[in-house]
Design a binder for this molecule. Structure first.
Ligand code: HEM
Ligand code: HEM
Length: 211
């Protein structure tokens, strides 16, 4: 956890030249210079453990609920539909609890060193997309929760109350939910393509930052 309390300035100016790292990435392993680097030093290129936990748990839940959500749209109402719908809502509710914690952590954590060899405009674009992903996750979660009339059961354990009865407002919120889900799916696709491009074409080992 010492990573998080490293002064921001101290995380800069220890940069590597891009050549050894590029060579190491092409070999698919750390080069001599990286290998000689103390483990604690290499940690400044990586997101902290809590950020990685949030990232992968949100990614897993969002991917599952998106696939299940779109599948549900094609399953006629009945026992299977209702079971899957309740399961989906329960799993997504876990993110409603985790989301505020993730946002607070984003503001207090210390970012890893900038990805070396990427121009400023690309870093700004990545930051912009990441921020937009956060806002869209909020829209998906809020609209999903508010559009459900008469509450729902959380894994059959707790009855969760929602504020609005079925009507024009919940219908509108469903429209917001559909639109924000589509936007989120698009942003995630863009994000994953960018990661693949950095990992396989620019070969700057971006994935290691989040593993
Ligand atoms: C629903 C799916 C996903 C969402 C919502 C998501 C969201 C994000 C966000 C918001 C960040 C910025 C760091 C943060 O604040 O947490 C990030 C970084 C990152 N994500 Fe994802 N992500 C998703 C899936 C994936 C997948 C499938 C991969 C791997 C192929 C991936 C690889 C990365 C990497 C490597 C970074 C660090 C990028 C950098 O250092 O600039 N993400 N992601
Ligand atoms: C991770 C966040 C979420 C994602 C990615 C997600 C995704 C989706 C998708 C893709 C659909 C299908 C939309 C369409 O037909 O065009 C959907 C429908 C639906 N979502 Fe969400 N959702 C999320 C959160 C929530 C939450 C928190 C709730 C309520 C507690 C919820 C309740 C519903 C309901 C009731 C439907 C209609 C289909 C059904 O009967 O289940 N969703 N969701």
């Amino acid at each position: 956890m010492s990573v998080n309390w490293m002064p921001r300035e101290a995380t800069h100016g220890r940069g590597h030249t891009s050549e050894p790292r590029a060579a190491s990435a092409q070999n698919g392993r750390l080069d001599g210079r990286d290998a000689c680097q103390p483990k604690s030093e290499r940690a400044y290129d990586r997101y902290d453990g809590l950020t990685r936990f949030f990232h992968w748990s949100f990614a897993a839940v969002i991917i599952y609920t998106s696939v299940a959500g779109y599948a549900l749209a094609h399953i006629a109402g009945g026992a299977v539909h209702d079971f899957l719908s309740r399961l989906n809502m329960s799993i997504a509710t876990v993110l409603i609890v985790l989301f505020p914690l993730r946002v607070v952590w984003k503001f207090v954590r210390v970012e890893p060193r900038a990805l070396h060899g990427t121009p400023g405009w690309q870093r700004s674009l990545a930051t912009g997309i990441h921020n937009l992903i956060y806002v869209t996750i909020f829209a998906v979660l809020a609209s999903g929760f508010l559009m459900v009339p008469n509450g729902y059961s959380f894994f059959g354990l707790i009855e969760i109350h929602t504020p609005f009865p079925k009507g024009a407002l919940t219908d509108k919120l469903f429209t917001v939910h559909r639109a924000s889900c589509a936007l989120l799916a698009g942003l995630v696709a863009l994000h994953v393509l960018a990661v693949i491009k950095h990992q396989l074409i620019a070969r700057n080992d971006v994935l290691r930052r989040m593993l």
